[in-house]
Design a protein around this ligand. Structure first.
Ligand SMILES: [Zn+2]
Length: 186
């Protein structure tokens, strides 16, 4: 997920996303990979940890607060989250085990859909179960921005985008402003 109201331009994000040493690149809407259902991670090994480190680097460069594997073209169930000065958190094979009845509206953006922002309604509190990068299971109660980012990133593992929560009219109107960033260094 992207921080709301950033002044980041698509030029900057595509330049940073395709750095020569990153090994991974952002995939942009309407790439089909963003619509696929990701498969469970089977091996929590060094190669996965390397990918996770690169994703955390990419997320920071792009000034994001969450990044899911399908957003870098990997159809596996994991994502990273980092809010403010908190350490990055890794969620592997996550599942939501509880959600509040209370919902809240907040403006969301997405690193894969740069420049577009819209209010999305989501539960305000969740309980999520997942594994970390060391293969240890954990259960986390989250609220506020953390809950929202986790739900946004988990949607990516199921091919769901924040645009899908908008009315058709609103979505069409928003997408009129959309320009897919060019691959600048291919
Ligand atoms: Zn997103």
């Amino acid at each position: 997920m992207e921080k709301e109201n950033t002044n980041q331009t698509s030029n900057i994000s595509s330049a940073l996303a395709s750095g020569p040493d990153s090994g991974i690149d952002l995939v942009y809407y309407p790439d089909e990979v963003l619509r696929q259902h990701a498969a469970a991670v089977k091996d929590m090994d060094d190669s996965l940890r390397t990918t996770i480190e690169r994703m955390v680097g990419l997320m920071r460069q792009a000034r994001g607060i969450g990044l899911a594997a399908p957003q870098v073209g990997i159809l596996e169930r994991f994502f990273v989250v980092q809010i403010d000065s908190e350490p990055a958190q890794v969620f592997i094979n996550p599942s939501i085990v509880g959600t509040s009845h209370e919902t809240g509206m907040y403006e969301e953006g997405c690193l894969s859909i740069p420049g577009l922002y819209a209010d999305v309604k989501r539960p305000t509190e969740i309980q999520v179960q997942a594994w970390n990068q060391n293969g240890r299971p954990f259960t986390l109660n989250a609220d506020g921005m953390l809950a929202r980012v986790i739900l946004h990133e988990l949607d990516h593992l199921n091919g769901v985008l924040f645009l899908d929560y908008l009315s058709e009219r609103k979505r069409e109107k928003l997408l009129q402003k959309y320009r897919k960033p060019q691959d600048s260094q291919q």
